[in-house]
Design a protein around this ligand. Sequence first.
Ligand SMILES: [Fe+2]
Ligand SMILES: [Fe+2]
Length: 364
Amino acid sequence: MKSIVLFRGSFDPVNIGHMMMALSALNLLKAERVIFIPSCNSIDKLDGLERIKMLKLAFRDFNVDKSKFMISPVEIKKEIHEPLDTIRYFKKKYSEMKLLYLLGQDEISSLSSFKGIEDMKKLVNFIYVSRTGYEANEELIKKYQMKKLDIMNMDIHSKEIRSGYHLYTSRSVIDYIADHQLYFCARLFSMMKPKRYYHSVSVAKTAYEIAIRSKCSLDPLECYQAGLFHDCGKNIPLEEQEALTHEFYSQYEPVEPFALHQFASCVIAKRDFGIDNEEVLSSICYHCTGRRNMSDMEKLIYAADKVEPTREFETKKSRLACYKNLEKGFITTLKEQEKFFLAHHIAYKEHFLSKEMYEQYLGE
Ligand SMILES: [Fe+2]
Ligand SMILES: [Fe+2]
């Protein structure tokens, strides 16, 4: 008997873990297809159609076989809240097929509270995947004859994408979130002037492209995240930027007003958005002044900030150099920047961090 996998969830937004679960279920269970069924409830009150759009983008990025992956808007359109109603709908539609109900280990305990669970048991076979931090409820697994799908536990949660803690979803989904100011981006947008926000999105996209095209070893999604947050403290009052710098980075004082925001942004990303990736944080922290012995991500964000395409000055030469090779592109960016500063009589080595960076990388 042929089988179909029913994959209900809020997909708020779809993440890499969802995609891996679905691909594994399709292959390991030799199913005909997987049907993603977004629930009508979204934790962030995000419109169901937005979540469907993001699912479609993820399908495109993952290059999935369209005949094997489907999205059903049935719960959203018919405002179905109970899984039993959904299962009955599909049982009617695919009466000749075996229905496999895919869920995460974290959902097992709530299974017994589902309305009509005994009827569900007669209509579907439950398949679960393990999740870190959740005990397997052996009693329920036995009672509902659940079968474990043996796949690598990716431990990815959509709520961490919603908060900006990490961005483990597909590139197009993250672009959609950034371009439409969804989830944490709504908060970022409210903290910045629009022009600053759009610059940040452009830095994020450029950073991702540099990471991919230069074939450096950095995680492109972490580079995207650093780009999005690098200026998050730029538009808070200068006194606040000064206070944060004084509290957390007094070793760098005095700091020129234009550079204060690199420290403020780092504090805000950590304190208000919970970002704890030290590589990401330090690339935010030194994106303006640079410093001696910069890490690869520090160089990448420093350069992406200067070469992103919406800048009002010429950036193409340096941007292309970064795409080719991160190290060489970073040096090209510094040289081009120095030329610009000299031509416009701008003091650019005032702060000792900048002075040390130019000395080390341009041999001055
Ligand atoms: Fe900045
Ligand atoms: Fe910037």
